[in-house]
Design a protein around this ligand. Structure first.
Ligand SMILES: [Zn+2]
Length: 303
């Protein structure tokens, strides 16, 4: 009898560490598939996560393609998505007012990484000096995004550190190439014609980095109500500077910009990706592809 009890006791002792390890594994969140579930607030961050995490990460974006993050209303599946996450990536600079509550409500614990950490925001001149969230339109800033994403992934998956760091270096090389390409491509537009009229002020970092004046009908957030005065001012500006093109955005209602186009005779020079990349599987479905599309559209319309 004693022998049987000893055997059972020994068996439990042997199994216990394994059980503990398994539960630790689950707390660290590495799923049975072996993939880290990384949830990002917007598709732009999600694409950078895919480039660093590749096949080790299942990358999911809360805001889907073409969705405006400033005014985002959560959908029924969001709490489940966040609960499944091992790590959450957000932009910060007040882009996602809604995410804190969402993460809190999901319960559990997981790192929430702000990918703009280490960057200094531009501030909104029209509003109350709020940070401008659209830092991703200076390609150099996205290297910081990629660094922060890599540190986040390494913090929960040390075993694959070398893999993530190698992907980071490759991705940063592509970003450097993109940055150089933009600087030479915009040279085709004469300095006095470098003015970008858009639905909302998403392109101020782009303007600062690549030498464009930027005027958005709405400020840095689409939450602001457009005043008749703002529309009138923009119409005056387009007429005064004899601008040939204005631009609409994939994640913002184009109505007012089309009205300005009709009033002034300035063409709609193209559709720009501002707060979302394009459809999955297309070239514009990546951050780099979306930026290349924007630059080509702007240069072709203004040169
Ligand atoms: Zn925006």
């Amino acid at each position: 009898m004693n022998k049987i009890i000893t055997k059972i006791f020994t068996a439990v002792l042997l199994v216990l560490p394994v059980l503990l390890l398994m539960s630790c594994g689950e707390n660290n969140g590495i799923k049975k598939s072996g993939k880290i579930v990384a949830v990002s607030s917007i598709t732009i961050i999600n694409d950078i996560v895919k480039n660093i995490g590749k096949d080790k990460v299942e990358a999911i974006s809360i805001c889907e393609v073409g969705i405006d993050p400033h005014t985002y209303k959560s959908k029924p599946s969001d709490p489940r998505t966040i609960s499944s996450a091992n790590i959450v990536f957000i932009n910060g600079f007040t882009l996602e007012h809604w995410i804190e509550e969402m993460v809190h409500n999901a319960g559990g614990s997981r790192p929430v990484i702000t990918v703009t950490k280490g960057l200094t925001p531009m501030t909104d001149e029209k509003g109350f000096g709020d940070p401008d969230p659209h830092a991703w339109f200076d390609v150099k800033n996205v290297k910081t995004y990629a660094d922060n994403i890599t540190e986040g992934l390494v913090s929960i998956d040390k075993a694959n550190e070398a893999f993530y760091r190698k992907n980071l270096e490759e991705y940063k090389a592509k970003l450097d190439e993109l940055d150089k390409w933009i600087l030479t491509t915009v040279e085709q537009v004469p300095k006095e014609k470098r003015i970008l009229i858009t639905s909302h002020d998403a392109f101020r970092y782009f303007g600062r980095a690549y030498g464009f004046d930027v005027k958005g009908l709405q400020g840095i957030s689409t939450e602001a109500k457009v005043q008749t005065e703002d529309v009138k001012n923009l119409i005056d500006l387009v007429k005064q500077r004899q601008l040939k093109s204005v631009f609409i955005e994939t994640s913002v209602n184009p109505k007012l910009l089309e009205e300005i186009s009709r009033e002034t005779g300035a063409k709609v020079g193209g559709v720009l990706f501002s707060d979302s990349v394009g459809n999955d599987g297309t070239e514009e479905g990546t951050y780099i592809g979306a930026v290349r599309h924007n630059v080509n559209a702007v240069v072709n319309a203004l040169k």
